[in-house]
Write a protein that binds this ligand. Structure first.
Ligand code: CTP
Length: 433
């Protein structure tokens, strides 16, 4: 594999040679493993180096951290550590280990092992290969379980029969890799996967681990095939037992969501980061009641901001959609309706409701109103005699609305409006005195 390593982008190649030198000085056997090796053989870009050390992984990681002058995050219990060698280049380092599952679906007990043990504990043959980066045999592929053959034949294959029982999150991983690379889960593996589903193993896994794997699926470049396959194979019961079976309606909505996300990314990616996975999640759970969705968010320990966006979507009433589906609506009204919503919610609504005026109002909101700015500042208000405090916000909002609706255009007109608002304000204040 030396040729393949030498063809990598300079930055990664140099990093690997540097790690190799450090390993040589340290007299330590070091290997590239897992997804990095898989993607190297497939010729797919991968910026996450996964390294296994036969010996003290954390100790070796500490040496790398000193060399690269970066911080190290380590997990002593698993003998693993992570460093960001460059802002976009992550290195996961671990000690070669054996694993054994005292209880199915729970975390394994780990102990030191040889490279072969470490590869044998992995999910699929295609992820269970290693490349030595030792100076003497730099680039040697180590493939005990036929991973390379399976890569060439486009097969996802487990290493032993109870792999999905030991670690049911592999069910979701099998689907993710199968669809990402357009592979097939080979028959015996599919049988074992279905057996694990039949035994309801997914529901025995700690929900946060399932959440992480689900999010990885939803974050794939084109997650639709993965979602459909996972839904058909597992029913996605682990999200909620009340989730309906895979149906055409949700499938169509998912397809429209994918289109809207790509439309947004083509046009507005610079505006704000979009959590596309959350849009898919909201779509998947759209048939559930608000209480059931809340229960799922709590079970998955979503972050407050994530849960909030999901629940806001569930609270949107038909009346709201109806009010935005009329042809003529003042821009300030469109702004007031959509501005409090997240982009995730807005995109899902756009995917769900086809009314042409509703669509147009959302497009105008994103294109024009949401970027609209007024020219006046707090200094101007102060100079005109406004008292700092809540009134500032109200005045700014009135001026922005007037600007959106076209009744003020220039800075002078904005200032005139402020003066008028302040006069009316003083007048009303006097009346109430
Ligand atoms: N792994 C495993 N079982 C799991 C999770 C991970 O055996 N449940 C192993 C696999 O060998 C995998 C490696 O740990 O290749 C690293 O895991 P991860 O980073 O999740 O996967 P990648 O294969 O790197 O996939 P991706 O390209 O999506 O990052």
């Amino acid at each position: 594999m030396k040729d393949c390593l030498n063809k990598l982008p300079e930055e990664i190649k140099d990093l690997i040679y540097l790690i190799s030198d450090i390993a040589c000085k340290d007299n330590t056997a070091v290997y590239l493993v897992g997804g990095f090796v898989r993607d190297l053989i497939l010729g797919v870009k991968n910026l996450d180096l996964d390294i296994v050390v036969e010996g003290d992984g954390i100790g070796f990681a500490q040496k790398l951290a000193v060399e690269f002058n970066v911080k190290l995050v380590s997990h002593k219990r698993f003998g693993t550590a992570t460093i960001m060698a460059r802002p976009h280049l992550k290195i996961d380092i671990s000690s070669a280990r054996k694993e054994y599952y005292p209880q199915p679906a729970h975390l394994p007990v780990v102990s030191a092992g040889a490279l072969k043990d470490d590869l044998y504990r992995r999910d699929f043959t295609v992820n269970a290969m290693a490349i030595s980066i030792g100076v003497k045999d730099f680039g040697r592929l180590i493939d005990f379980f036929g991973g390379r053959r399976d890569l060439l034949n486009k097969k996802i294959r487990i290493l032993h029969n109870i792999s999905f029982i030991d670690d049911p999150t592999r069910i979701l991983r099998a689907v993710r890799f199968e669809k990402r690379y357009n592979f097939n889960i080979e028959p015996k593996t599919l049988k074992a996967l279905k057996e694990s589903v039949r035994k309801n193993m997914l529901c025995k896994v700690e929900p946060q681990r399932l959440r992480d794997e689900l999010i990885l699926i939803l974050k794939e470049l084109h997650p639709l095939d993965q979602i459909k396959r996972a839904w058909k194979l597992t029913g996605l019961d682990f999200i909620s037992s009340r989730l309906s079976a895979f149906d055409k309606k949700t499938c169509c909505l998912l397809e429209r969501v994918e289109k809207e996300i790509s439309w947004f990314k083509n046009n507005y990616h610079h505006r704000r980061h979009l959590d596309d996975w959350l849009v898919y999640f909201m779509c998947l759970t759209s048939s559930l009641s608000i209480d059931d969705v809340r229960a799922s968010c709590e079970k998955f320990v979503f972050r407050a901001g994530e849960e909030k966006r999901v629940l806001i979507y569930k609270k949107i009433r038909t009346k709201f959609i109806f009010s935005l589906s009329k042809e003529k609506i003042k821009p300030s009204k469109i702004f007031a309706s959509l501005e409090p919503l997240s982009y995730e919610v807005i995109l899902l609504l756009k995917a769900k409701y086809a009314n042409k005026f509703f669509q147009k109002h959302i497009e105008d909101f994103l294109e024009i109103y949401n970027g609209a700015r007024i020219s006046i500042s707090g200094h101007d208000l102060h100079a005109l005699g406004a008292v700092p405090g809540p009134d500032y916000k109200k005045i700014f909002s009135r001026v922005l609305n007037a600007k959106l609706d076209g009744s003020v255009k220039t800075r002078e007109e904005e200032l005139e409006l402020v003066k008028k608002l302040l006069r009316t304000r003083i007048h009303t204040d006097k009346k109430t005195d």
